[in-house]
Design a protein around this ligand. Sequence first.
Ligand SMILES: Cc1cc2nc3c(=O)[nH]c(=O)nc-3n(C[C@H](O)[C@H](O)[C@H](O)COP(=O)(O)OP(=O)(O)OC[C@H]3O[C@@H](n4cnc5c(N)ncnc54)[C@H](O)[C@@H]3O)c2cc1C
Length: 306
Amino acid sequence: MFVVVPVRGGRLPAGGAEVASEYGQGGILLIGEGTQAAAQELAGLANEVSCAEVGKFRPDAWSTALHGHIGEEIIVLPGCPDGRDLAPRIAAASGCAYFGSVAEIKNQDGELEIQMARWGGLAMELVRTSGHCVASVMPGLHSPVSVDGPLQITAVELHLGNGNDVAFIEEREPDAATMDLAEAKRIFGGGAGLLDESVFGQLGNIAAELGASMGATRVVTDRGWVGHSRQIGTTGVVVDPDLYIAFGVSGAVQHTSGLGQPDHVISVNTDPHCPMMQMSDLAIVCDANAVVAELEQRLGRNAGAA
Ligand SMILES: Cc1cc2nc3c(=O)[nH]c(=O)nc-3n(C[C@H](O)[C@H](O)[C@H](O)COP(=O)(O)OP(=O)(O)OC[C@H]3O[C@@H](n4cnc5c(N)ncnc54)[C@H](O)[C@@H]3O)c2cc1C
């Protein structure tokens, strides 16, 4: 299998290190802007990485060039936004099958077994295939495995044609309120301990004020208070934030198994013994609704004073 990781601004995207470590035995190619810097993130996870420094994201031109460069391989990309954009285009350029929302790829007796999430993760589908195909793998499901030895980085030349890409005008930081949760570095999660939909409006406001994204438990998304794309967990989005603050979340395993390994976890809950409080660095025993209201008021005041 051959791994392709699209790079912006010298950083690996969500899931980039995972696919490189798990599926990069046949080669790893970083493509984009700042690829050599991004390759350093793979030190200790891979021994050989190729870098194609081709500038800003141009999925159409890249996919044609990649088709010529890689040939008849099984090509694996991370399921980050750029990976999901690029992967089907490589498949179309190569005239082969594309598999999206992939959880796992196994080589079984010369055949590939590909497991994919369907219906927002409520069902899993297993497909067997052989030969050339392209897959994008959901971030957060694999832990990168360490390797011994140094990392060798090789620059490769990719000649891009014109392609039918839109013109690049400006790159903006993603809006924390709407960005893909899997990419968010700060998440404020709300659970059934929050009283109603309006408290989630308040939680969204304080998250936005502090550059964080709002997530929720399944109890909350089932009630329709928050969209399913904000649900964290085994049947929602698998996230990997640096900071997770849980408001009224009990910490059921179906929720916490989708949390990745945050550097810092804070929990606000009336039950000091619930699992979410047990796994927190800072456990605050009190009414989460009152904390949300107080934070909103204080941040509102500060914003007004600024
Ligand atoms: C097949 C399957 C898949 C599932 N997938 C997911 C998934 O992807 N994601 C997910 O989240 N869940 C999932 N679940 C559901 C999961 O098992 C839990 O039911 C759910 O995570 C609990 O959500 P919760 O913490 O919001 O609610 P609860 O478990 O009801 O917890 C509410 C918490 O709020 C606290 N609380 C109450 N009042 C207050 C207050 N005033 N202030 C502060 N704290 C308060 C309580 O002490 C409690 O800890 C799945 C379940 C199944 C069976």
